[in-house]
Ligand binder design. Sequence first.
Ligand SMILES: [Fe+2]
Length: 310
Amino acid sequence: MATNGNTTNNHKFDPNFTAAVIAATGPKASPRIRKVVGSLIQHLHDFLRENEVTVEEWLAGVDLINQAGRISDDKRNEGQLLCDVLGIESLVDEITYKVATDAPDEPTATAILGPFWRKDAPRRNMGDTIVFEIDNGDNTLMSGTVTDFVTGKPIEGAELDVWHTAPNGLYEQQDPNQPDMNLRGRFTTGKDGKYHFYCLRPTSYPIPDDGPSGKLLQLLDRHPMRPAHIHFILSAPGYKPLVTQIFDRRDKYITNDSVFAVKDSLIVDFEPFKGDPKADFKLDYDFRLASYEAAEKDGANGATPMTSSA
Ligand SMILES: [Fe+2]
């Protein structure tokens, strides 16, 4: 007997039900809404039939979503975290930003934004530190150049928005003992496209696991750890914004990220560094951005400038 639920179960249930629900969409629905929500209904109904989901199981799912809403506020985004542990944000990131290019080089790979970015991090001067009131971290001098991935030319006026956790594994908004906006900053490149600033060699940390995402991980027999990483958003006039993370090669979770964000090209080596009293490690990393023109040519989604501030 076939084990595929669609084959096995379809005969048990009203064969016209899903089509009727999809057909209820009114004429004023936009084509995109009609397509995406129609497809969502179809897949969800197939999923329910295939697994013969019971009322009790469905209510447990509803409860999980409601709990995620209740635990979320301006400092905690549990809905996004739930998506992350299910690999949804990483997949949507790939679908949206992948540039399949014929150019000899590729733009820097993207990685998920994650739920801890904060808008309007302080603008800092090139060469400043983002580390305040932390004396047990591995101070690092990070530097590199922001270039156009097609021409290789440096990009002037590129903004690099950076954020990472403290050695205790907490972002500043999770930790009342850190100053506001600690370990965050925005730097803008000059004519040479170069940047440098002081940060910490990052620390692996558990995603918050005291809510629904933690419960889901527990049910799936999975750990909550993320390999040590630093987050970035790079933006420059005429260029597609780049949301990414870089990962410390020596982290024990590098091949086992709880939110599936690691890509080979984003793995870096922090080198021990002598001669600078402000840094124990050095990290060089260049970012290659795609112009809107190049991204469009290579058929990337999201290749046109964003119209909202979201
Ligand atoms: Fe993170």
